[in-house]
Structures are given as structure tokens and as C-alpha cells.
Design a protein around this ligand. Structure first.
Ligand code: HAX
Length: 439
């Protein structure tokens, strides 16, 4: 058994035992009340999932196993000559709740290299799709197509003891994460670069090699990818991509099918697709105004027009956060350090000054601040990746680490099939009339 798996097994057995005992002793304890507003309002704040790898505070933002993004930018091991953390280290941390050593991270890099061979039929499946198929659609199809390799599906069909479910889920997870950069780079090169594919560079780390296969050569892009893939990985369990992965996984669908479903959720414009929507909106604004250096007044007018047209301002607002997203702030800090005199970055920073007061004035927006997606596109444009329909795939490659590490935990803890109760509006009206609890 490999060292990460051994460590995971020890921690999982301990937590499984404790969880079982806690449920036995405190199973009837209430952890919250569900109001009608929550039921009709997308279940905001309803505590109904166990999710180990990260937790979101409305004001502090995300903590991965208790560590904030600024802490992790300092503490996680780095590639030689790079100041940004290696995503391999984040994966180790969220899976086994320990800050990895340099040696641990090198080990993950090596493992993912060894496991990175994509089945030939996945490339054939991709090549059979119209080249203008949205990259997120190509991505989910590619992930599903690799399901032929699922060890969990094979071992389950052979008759697997449920105490061992976590083991092939771990193997599928490691294999799948290892292969995603190659799959994503293949989609990028076939869609925008006439299928002029670039072979992997096995001397590089996971994110560095991904940057290399994408073919973006501007210095600093590898550093950006390391940061980008670290900070997008996880955002506790209730967000749509994490929750979908967990829900589908709870049926004992394997890592491939669960992740593919999670990526379908990420592809919605209120979730991960917002990163493409932001830059699309900014490009349109620049075109409409006829300048790459709009004034704050011009931006404010454009924002008012967008709202008047019944649209949202992409990249602003959040279902949980009530402060500027620390993932936005980390990208801003990166730009302040490495990017100077970029019109597109300057526009993003002006929008950051202009939009919050306007959204606050609407009186209904609970969080007027930018989220992760408000900044990422400008960084990518700066390094030369202007094909914004691809941006959510980058998010997806990163998000796979969080949701799949959590899937390992879900199987190790024996979490059951998810099956909440739904009611009809007729039931709601009867309930309110009689204030009677459903039998
Ligand atoms: N622009 C305009 N109106 C907004 C808004 C925005 N950015 N954010 C919220 N609102 C509106 C809502 O549409 C809602 O209006 P109605 O009552 O008329 O329906 C009202 O304000 C209250 O919404 P809320 O409670 O503040 O926000 P929700 O929890 O319902 O929704 C969203 C959270 C992220 C979906 C929302 O803020 C939004 O649509 N933002 C723009 C899209 C976006 O950036 N999505 C990415 C979010 C982060 C993420 O998942 N990244 O992957």
C-alpha cells in the first residue's frame, strides 16, 4: 500500500469509529431548524452534509483543513524558483489533514506522473465531437469516457466488501486527477490551436506540466497555474459542484461518473462558468465603450445598463460569503506582485471599486463583493490565454482535487445514499393551515 493511502487508511478508520459512536450517542440532537424561506430559497445555510476537506466562513472565507489561503501560500512546498504553492501539497493536506513535507509533495508529483496515461479511446471520443463543442461539455464527456478504467466499478462488480470501498475510490481518484491536465490541454489545443498538441514534459510538476501542455509560454504562467489550481480546489461541500459529486457518489457511482456530474454543475453560469462570463462581459464593455481604459463613471453606467437589462454582474455575489473572496484577493496580490501596466487587470480593479456600492444600493444583494471568478480571467488574458470559453475547464481541473478527496472520505466514513425529503406546495399550504408535522 502506498504511503499516502496508508496514512489515509489510518485516519479514516479512526474517524469512522468516532463518527459511528457520535451518531449512536447524539443521533437525535438537532443541529438546526429549516425554515420555509430556506426550503424555498435553495437550502441556504441548512446543515445537512458532512464534508471534511474544507470549511467556509462567511467573513473569513475558505479554510482548507483550518488553513487560510495566505497561510498556505507561505506554508506549502514550492517548485524551485517559484513562490506559489504546488497543488500536490494542497491535495495531500486536504486528504490526510497534515501539511506535507517537500518529500511528500515530490512523491505525489511522481505518483501523478506514473498514473497520467490517458486511454486512447478518450482522445478518439474527443476528436469525434464538433470542434466548437463547449470545452466544458468536452471535459465532462472525456471524464465519463475514462470510466472504462474505474477500479471501483470493476471491484464492485466482482463483489467488494463495503469496508473496502474507499480503497479503489482512492486509486480512481489518484488516476483521474493525474490524467486531467492532459485531457484539458488536449481539449484546449484541439479547440483553439488546430489540434497541434504538445507532449507532456515529465521533468515538471503537475501544474507546471499542465501550463507547458497548454502551450502558453509567457514567463510567470506556470506560477499562475500553481496558484490557480491550488486556490480553486475546494470550497466546502454545499457548493453545486462539490454537492453534486458527493450526491452522485452516494449512489456508489465511481469517481469518474461522480466527477463528470460535478463538472456539469460547475458548467453553470451562476457557478464556475462565471469565470468566462466575467471576461466576456468585460470584453463587451470595452468594445461598447471603445476604450481599454474606461473611467469609473463609464464602468458605473455600463453596470447600471447590465442590471437594467435584468442580468447579474458576473463575478459578484455569493451564496455564503459576505466579504471579498480571499481567492479574489490572492489573485489580486499575485497581479500586484507580478503584473504591471496591464489594462485588463486595471479594469478589474476599477470594477472592484465601482460595483459593490451599486449592488449595495439595490438593497437585495446579500453580498456585493467579488468572488473568485471576478479576477481569474484578467490574469489569464494577461498571459495570453484569451479563449474564455476554456476558463471553466481550468477551474474544473483544480476542483477535482477537492471533490475527489472528499469522495474518498465519504466512502471511508460509510456515508449513505443521500435522499432528502421533498414536499409539494399543497403540502406546504396544508402544513401552514394546520401546523401539522408530516406523518
Ligand atoms: N448582480 C446582480 N444581482 C445579483 C447579484 C449580482 N452579482 N448577486 C445577487 N444578485 C441578486 C439575485 O439575483 C437576487 O435577485 P432576485 O431576488 O431578484 O432574484 C438577489 O440579489 C438576492 O440574491 P443573494 O441572496 O444575494 O444571492 P444568491 O445566494 O441567491 O446567489 C449567486 C448567489 C452567486 C448565484 C449570485 O450572487 C449571482 O448570480 N452572482 C453572479 C454570478 C456569479 O458570479 N457566480 C459565481 C459565484 C461563485 C462561484 O460559484 N464560482 O464558481
Amino acid at each position: 500500500m502506498d504511503r499516502l493511502k496508508e496514512k489515509f487508511k489510518d485516519k479514516a478508520i479512526a474517524l469512522f469509529t468516532e463518527l459511528k459512536q457520535t451518531r449512536k450517542e447524539h443521533g437525535d440532537t438537532k443541529v438546526g431548524e429549516v425554515t420555509l424561506a430556506q426550503m424555498l430559497g435553495g437550502m441556504r445555510g441548512v446543515k445537512s452534509m458532512l464534508y471534511e476537506t474544507s470549511q467556509l466562513d462567511p467573513f473569513e472565507g475558505i479554510r482548507f483543513r483550518g488553513y487560510s489561503i495566505p497561510q498556505l501560500r507561505k506554508m506549502l512546498p514550492k517548485a524551485p524558483g517559484c513562490k506559489e504553492p504546488l497543488p500536490e501539497g494542497l491535495f495531500w493536506l486536504i486528504l490526510v489533514d497534515e501539511i506535507p513535507t517537500e518529500e511528500d509533495v515530490k512523491w505525489v508529483t511522481e505518483q501523478w506522473k506514473r498514473r497520467s496515461v490517458v486511454p486512447e479511446h478518450t482522445f478518439k471520443v474527443l476528436d469525434s465531437l464538433p470542434v466548437d463543442t463547449h470545452p466544458m461539455t468536452q471535459f465532462t464527456i472525456a471524464i465519463s469516457s475514462m470510466q472504462t478504467e474505474s477500479l471501483f466499478a470493476r471491484r464492485y462488480a466482482e463483489g467488494l466488501n463495503k469496508s473496502e470501498y474507499w480503497d479503489p475510490v482512492y486509486e480512481d481518484t489518484m488516476n483521474l486527477i493525474a490524467r486531467l491536465p492532459r485531457v484539458a490541454a488536449y481539449i484546449y489545443r484541439r479547440t483553439y490551436h488546430n489540434s497541434d498538441h504538445i507532449n507532456p514534459d515529465i521533468s515538471l510538476d503537475w501544474a507546471g506540466n499542465f501550463a507547458h501542455m497548454l502551450g502558453i509560454k509567457k514567463p510567470g504562467f506556470k506560477s499562475l497555474m500553481r496558484l490557480y489550481l491550488t486556490i480553486h480546489a475546494d470550497h466546502e461541500g454545499g457548493n453545486a459542484s462539490a454537492h453534486t459529486t458527493q450526491l452522485v457518489g452516494s449512489t456508489l457511482s465511481d469517481s469518474y461518473l461522480s466527477l463528470s456530474a460535478g463538472m456539469d454543475a460547475l458548467a453553470g453560469p451562476l457557478h464556475g462558468l462565471a469565470n468566462q462570463e466575467v471576461i466576456k462581459w468585460v470584453f463587451r464593455m470595452i468594445d461598447t465603450l471603445g476604450t481599454r481604459q474606461p473611467t469609473k463613471e463609464q464602468i458605473a453606467d455600463y453596470v447600471h445598463n447590465t442590471l437594467a437589462a435584468g442580468k447579474v454582474i458576473p463575478g459578484y455575489g455569493h451564496a455564503v460569503l459576505r466579504q471579498p473572496d480571499p481567492r479574489f484577493m490572492a489573485q489580486k496580490a499575485f497581479a500586484e506582485e507580478y503584473i504591471h501596466n496591464s489594462d485588463i487587470v486595471e479594469v478589474i480593479w476599477k470594477i472592484f471599486e465601482v460595483v459593490p456600492p451599486i449592488l449595495k444600493d439595490l438593497g437585495k444583494v446579500k453580498n456585493p463583493w467579488p468572488n473568485v471568478d471576478a479576477h481569474s480571467g484578467a490574469l489569464l488574458v494577461h498571459y495570453g490565454m484569451t479563449e474564455y470559453s476554456f476558463y471553466t475547464v481550468l477551474f474544473g481541473v483544480s476542483r477535482a482535487m477537492g471533490v475527489l478527496a472528499s469522495l474518498c472520505w465519504a466512502r471511508a466514513l460509510g456515508l449513505p445514499l443521500e435522499r432528502p425529503k421533498s414536499v409539494t406546495f399543497e403540502w406546504v399550504k396544508d402544513f401552514l393551515k394546520e401546523e401539522k408535522v408530516e406523518a
